[in-house]
Design a protein around this ligand. Structure first.
Ligand SMILES: NC(=O)c1ccc[n+]([C@@H]2O[C@H](COP(=O)([O-])OP(=O)(O)OC[C@H]3O[C@@H](n4cnc5c(N)ncnc54)[C@H](O)[C@@H]3O)[C@@H](O)[C@H]2O)c1
Length: 341
């Protein structure tokens, strides 16, 4: 086994702690630092993760630790600038979704990584869910023939506790820091659609704010319609205005030689599959979603992301979600939001 890769996690909130825990569980990885601007977390984090705490990236790099990989797990608006800072300090980067809040910033990150010959790993852990892997195989194998239509529906609950949690200045829900519902809640499903079907064009969209006027600065729901550049039509309907709890995240495909629906709350169940001369394989069980108490997020597959980083940097695998894919998701969302005027 080669030497363990040394990771530092920047942003030690809900998902940063998950990154840290998954790094510590990985035989090829070692957690060397936790960073957060909230200094009140210092004792708790040092106790939990048994590694030094820094209150900024500048303090982290000034300490002169040996670091191979920085995991950027801060609020969305910091992802691009902090990824660039990590690259400039000679580190590879794992960046939480979204990679940036606009295409120009994502391009700057990619430019820097190419100049400095460092890798960017975008976090799209839903790709590791068994139904997602199966969908990718089915769509790329061609058994469906021509794909006519793809419909994605994401209907979740996100209420005032989630957006403010007692702090009206919390980043979630702020246009400039969060970016919007498609960036924070549904970019995983934009990624699934892009991964399966490629880019979209001729976008039309209507946006609504049904019950988040007091909690977010943006829409809570959208009805988006488009064509795929490679053929076929699609819709992406989403909402965080659902009563009580998450209801559904689903994708339906209508094609020449078959139809599929993968649904459940988190695209975790193959609900329908009828394909010419095709027998559905037995899929592994899907792991439960990330559980933040009252809120359920996307698939709890971060261990696979960390394993991919370790394998790729040891030249045994390729990056599972590369920076150009991360950029395309940002661009698609940006193009949809441009229609808000
Ligand atoms: N892949 C997934 O399924 C998934 C799930 C949840 C969140 N996320 C993403 O992870 C990111 C963090 O989300 P979260 O829910 O953990 O948020 P959070 O608010 O719980 O955590 C963010 C942390 O970053 C810290 N922070 C803020 N500014 C900082 C700075 N300049 N330097 C260092 N630390 C700073 C905050 O103090 C906080 O502890 C977001 O981009 C979100 O979209 C991804």
């Amino acid at each position: 086994m080669s030497e363990k890769l040394k990771f530092a996690v920047v942003g030690s909130g809900r998902i940063g702690r998950r990154h840290a825990a998954m790094v510590q569980l990985n035989d090829g990885a070692e957690l060397v630092a936790m960073v957060d601007s909230d200094t009140s977390l210092k004792n708790e984090l040092e106790e939990e993760f048994k590694c030094p705490f820094f209150d900024s990236m500048d303090a982290l790099f000034a300490a002169g630790l040996d670091i191979d990989v920085v995991n950027v797990c801060t609020p969305n608006y910091l992802h691009a600038s902090q990824s660039i800072k990590a690259l400039e300090n000679n580190c590879h980067v794992v960046v939480e979704k979204p990679m940036a809040l606009n295409k120009a910033d994502a391009e700057l990150v990619i430019h820097t990584s190419l100049q400095l010959n460092k890798q960017i790993f975008c976090v799209m852990q839903n790709r590791y869910s068994p139904p997602a892997k199966w969908l990718k195989e089915v769509v790329t194998s061609g058994v469906l023939g021509e794909i006519y239509m793809v419909n994605v529906n994401c209907f979740w609950n996100r209420d005032s506790d989630y957006y403010q949690g007692g702090d009206p200045n919390y980043w979630k829900g702020k246009k400039d820091k969060d970016g919007g519902t498609l960036f924070t809640q549904f970019s995983h499903f934009v990624d699934t659609m892009f991964w399966l079907m490629g880019d979209i064009k001729n976008i039309q969209a209507n946006f609504f704010d049904f019950n988040h006027q007091d909690t977010t600065e943006f829409e809570d729901s959208g009805l988006v319609q488009f064509e795929f550049v490679n053929g076929g039509a699609g819709t992406f309907n989403y909402s965080t205005a659902v009563y009580g709890e998450n209801m559904e995240s689903s994708i339906s495909i209508v094609a020449e030689k078959g139809s599929i629906k993968v649904g459940g709350q988190y695209m975790n169940d193959v609900e329908y599959c009828n394909i010419e001369n095709y027998t559905m394989p037995q899929l592994e069980d899907t792991l439960p979603p990330n559980d933040y108490g009252k809120y359920k997020g996307s698939a709890a597959n971060h261990q696979f992301v960390i394993q991919n980083v370790v394998n790729t940097l040891n030249k045994k695998e390729i990056v599972s979600t590369n920076s150009l894919e991360g950029l395309k998701v940002v661009e698609i969302i940006e193009n949809i939001y441009k229609l808000q005027g």
